[in-house]
Design a protein around this ligand. Sequence first.
Ligand code: ZN
Length: 142
Amino acid sequence: MLTIERPLLNQILNHLQACYPLEGCGLLAGDGETGWVTAVYPIENSLHSPTAYQMDPTQQVQAMLDLEARGWQLLAIYHSHPHGPELPSVTDVTLALYPEALYVIVSLQERAVPVVRSFRIAGQAVVEQTMKVVQPSDKNCV
Ligand SMILES: [Zn+2]
């Protein structure tokens, strides 16, 4: 389960729209216990492809070091499907090397109406996960 504040989700969507028609990718960091997202790390897609992505290794390592230094965990890996559905592709399942992280996929098939879904991919098993979008003020609302 992921909980993300609207401005952070917008940061993801803006990044992926900027990459369009190529696939964009990045990392989501946060609290591993609650799934609360605290930061978005856009990473360059070193393949510069409309149908595949590979995170730039240097940027990926920098992001991992940064989030660990802040006491956060890697919660999810996000990427876009500029022309496909918001479901993991065969390649996504095959290359899911981080079973502890969730996979957030954004379909821009209908570009003005992005569709966002998150999945846990372990081996060949794909299970959709809840992704809750909240307003920033909700956190302090008790
Ligand atoms: Zn994909």
